[in-house]
Design a protein around this ligand. Structure first.
Ligand code: NAD
Length: 274
């Protein structure tokens, strides 16, 4: 069902690797809600992902860009505004990768080359993207920029490793850059802190399945799915959220404000009774 919430709007969506990706669901819903979009992903996604198939289905131009390369982002923004025939109303940053997690290095024995790359890909890319958009004056007045985060930015989840630090930085960039973009062009900048979601990046974190189930039992509404996250993104791209900026918005079924749930307590009671 479409409400045409994004009718006439133009945007760029980063990070749709395969049908499990959060960005994939966002792209599909933006399209259904009447937006014109450009898809982008890392060049390596051409080999390991299905972004091209999505681009065909949605009839969306696909421009590859490595978010660690300024030149790639400049080409992307120039190419997207040209392909869409005008400036942008929204951008989704849905990019994350941890080299130390991938190499299974414990947090307290991190490799700093890897950590540097992790922060570069997962957080500094957000600043780099916004700086590029601003320098090229590529956003329309009252545009909306969203990046995806995780609650490990506020609380410790041991297996999330250096991605916790990357997410803290990402959320800080939303506040800091959000101020400047708001003053300059009424562009709003927010992060969405999403529930654990079974995707390529999510499943790469150690013990993901146990953690997914724990969060599901802890949250009064259960875990938020990728499809539900897409709906929240669309609301933030729409004109109904024009005064929301510089926020980290929890989209997690209530997880972030729950101390303990009856479901989890029951598990502990049963274990104590055995
Ligand atoms: N899955 C979860 O549990 C979860 C929870 C909260 C937040 N998030 C965040 O959601 C976002 C999207 O991740 P996802 O879960 O959909 O996984 P995903 O693996 O489908 O998406 C991650 C994307 O990042 C892209 N990417 C990696 N390096 C890149 C580079 N150098 N240049 C350009 N793109 C690059 C990948 O190609 C991929 O498309 C990430 O920021 C992630 O941290 C995920």
């Amino acid at each position: 069902m479409s409400n045409n919430l994004l009718k006439g709007k133009k945007g760029i969506i980063f990070g749709a690797l395969n049908a499990n990706s959060i960005a994939w669901k966002v792209a599909e819903l933006c399209h259904a809600e009447g937006a014109q979009i450009v898809l982008t992903n890392a060049p390596v996604a051409a080999k390991i992902g299905q972004t091209e198939a999505l681009a065909k289905t949605l009839n969306a131009p696909l421009i590859y860009a490595d978010v660690t390369k300024m030149e790639d982002l400049e080409n992307l923004v120039a190419g997207a505004t040209e392909a869409l025939g005008g400036s942008l109303d929204f951008v989704l940053h849905s990019v994350g990768m941890s080299l130390n997690i991938r190499k299974k290095n414990p947090y307290s024995d991190s490799n700093y080359e890897y950590m540097h790359q992790t922060l570069d890909i997962s957080a500094m890319s957000f600043h780099r993207l916004m700086q590029t958009l601003m320098k090229k004056d590529a956003m329309n007045e009252w545009g909306s920029i969203v990046a995806l985060s995780y609650i490990a930015a506020q609380r410790t989840f041991p297996d999330y490793g250096e991605m916790a630090d990357a997410k803290s930085l990402l959320e800080s960039f939303a506040r800091s850059f959000g101020y400047h973009y708001g003053k300059k062009k009424h562009v709003r900048v927010n992060t969405i802190s999403q529930s654990p979601t079974p995707t390529t990046a999510g499943s790469g974190v150690g013990g993901f399945d146990a953690f997914f189930n724990y969060a599901d039992k802890m949250s009064p509404l259960g875990n938020a799915s990728a499809a539900a996250c897409a709906e929240y993104c669309v609301s933030l791209f729409s004109d109904y959220t024009r005064m929301v900026t510089m926020q980290n918005l929890f989209h997690d079924g209530g997880f972030s404000f729950t101390g303990i749930s009856n479901d989890l307590m029951d598990g502990f009671r049963n274990a104590a009774a055995e």
